[in-house]
Design a protein around this ligand. Sequence first.
Ligand SMILES: *Cc1c(COP(=O)(O)O)cnc(C)c1O
Length: 331
Amino acid sequence: MGAQAESLATTPVPLPTYDDVVAASERLAGIAHRTPVLTSRTFDARTGAQAFFKAESLQRSGAFKFRGAYNAIAKLDPEAKRRGVVTFSSGNHAQAIAYAGRLQGVPTVIVMPQDAPAMKMAATKGYGGEVVTYDRYKEDREAIGRRLAAERGLTLIPPYDHADVIAGQGTAAKELFEEVGPLDILLVCLGGGGLLAGCALAAKALSPECKVIGVEPEAGNDGQRSLRSGAIVRIPIPTSIADGALTPALGERNFGIIRSSVADIVTVSDAQLVETLRFFVERMKIVVEPTGCLSAAAALHGAVPCSGKRVGIVISGGNVDPKALAGFLAA
Ligand SMILES: *Cc1c(COP(=O)(O)O)cnc(C)c1O
């Protein structure tokens, strides 16, 4: 028993590959939107780059998370589908799981803090998810998720540290490379690293010379510190307007891919995110949530020198409360 536990702890988890991204894209064909690739002369003039924006803000449920959630549910066997899935998230993954579950006739249970934004809770319920609330100051959401999974025979699908979730997220970059060809730089935001890891798999296969660079909020640079130190760094939950990137640490699978396939991780400030959000509204006429502004902000504010380069920029999501959006634009 002791020896077995030890060997389990030291066995690295299997990582998804580009073949898994291709398989995910077949599952998503005709179901996920093939989101548009946008360009902006103003952005190019300001940065000196030729930029291609993959607009996942226009994805179903408003963020790339639909890709991974749908893929992970689609891969379950019929019995597991009948019993249903559970996840813990207050954000876009919750909505994506509820929506992807409804489309596939799979019951979903979402563990959310009882003080989660009303709009997000309503959207999750609107998609047919059963919301189970908890007290975020007293209870552990992962433990609740695991208990529900055990009691009700549900399959737990976490937001990023999951091979099928990573493979699904990678289809966003696969589509981008298929549409615009090889790139010099690909900028991708990160929280737990599902999107970044999946996109890095696609870049390696479709544009091997492309430098994949992660972008995270200045206040929560655990990913940068992890990549630079070679081991996962865990930090207290950071404070930033980029609420989709407020994770304490990279996932284990995510880090396994990121450490070998991502060139660097840079950071941007909240003030730079607000400026970028305003740029998207004023110049490109698109609504992007603060987290979705991370990758473009890195190019716009010089965290990544892009002059003379062909640059891919993944806009990760567009779910921002209209009142909050108005506040950012007025600031
Ligand atoms: C979840 C999310 C992220 C971060 O994704 P990870 O896979 O956790 O790195 C970034 N932007 C948006 C809009 C998200 O919903």
